[in-house]
Design a binder for this molecule. Structure first.
Ligand code: C5P
Length: 234
């Protein structure tokens, strides 16, 4: 059974490239992230293809709009059967609460499992120098996490550097999904607030979203196996 704490980001333009990576990773990886690049170009087809292979899906479209629009958008996305959907926490308490409630009501009405709903706190590419808020990044992230939890969301997306603070603030039963994960010595690309896979898990992350360190590796399967081996130790 693959370690479902690892979510591999399928950031491709074409379905063929995404399918090639999924086939290459085979049984090693069971959980995939479909984000805007792939979804905007190929749409639902890739979700159906992944589900036909029993893969789990985090559909990372980061909805950010007024409460009614986000709630409606999420209920439409629920038709696809993804396991995790997300919104931006900066959309506010009312937006998140309305969205979570609408998803639960719609799932109950249809008699289907409700996808987990998580909130993006502050993008892992933003560093303190670039940050425009009044609070420190870590304080703002913890604040967003508290608001998301009280709005009824299942967890947050945050940097592995803030995972411990979020765990301490929100308790055990809360998903912490961390991009910005880089094995020691790997290229950091456009990420800023990073940590290694082992450190991210030790800090309390429940899931690691990893893209380029696997996708851009000469041998993606070997790269994934190395990351999985490091994760096994935690
Ligand atoms: O290639 P890399 O490992 O940096 O990919 C990280 C993935 O996580 C990307 O698909 C990116 O969209 C996503 N992500 C992120 N920061 C967030 C939320 C999602 O990097 N706060």
């Amino acid at each position: 059974m693959a370690d479902e704490r690892l979510i591999v980001a399928l950031d491709f333009h074409t379905a063929d490239d995404a399918k090639k990576l999924v086939d290459e990773l085979g049984d090693e990886v069971n959980f995939y992230k479909v984000g805007m690049e792939l979804f905007y170009s190929v749409g639902a087809e890739i979700i159906h293809w992944l589900k036909a292979r029993d893969k789990k899906i985090f559909l990372d479209l980061k909805l950010h709009d007024i409460p009614n629009t986000v709630a409606g958008g999420l209920c439409s996305l629920m038709n696809l059967g993804a396991d995790i959907l997300n919104v931006h926490a900066s959309g506010g308490f009312t937006m998140m609460k309305t969205a979570a409630q609408a998803l639960h009501d719609e799932a109950a009405k249809r008699g289907v499992a409700c996808p987990k709903l998580i909130a993006v706190t502050i993008l892992t590419s933003i560093n303190q120098a670039e940050w425009y808020g009044a609070l420190k990044i870590s304080e703002q992230v913890a604040d967003f996490a508290k608001i998301a939890q009280s709005a009824g969301l299942d967890g947050v997306v945050a940097s592995p550097q803030e995972a411990k603070l979020i765990r301490d603030t929100c308790g055990e039963n809360f998903l912490i999904v961390t991009p910005g994960v880089r094995p020691a010595g790997a290229n950091i690309d456009d990420q800023s607030r990073i940590a290694t896979p082992a450190a991210a898990l030790a800090n309390g992350a429940t899931h690691l979203v990893i893209g380029r360190p696997i996708r851009a590796a000469q041998n993606p399967r070997e790269a994934a196996q190395k990351i999985l081996a490091e994760m096994r130790g935690v």
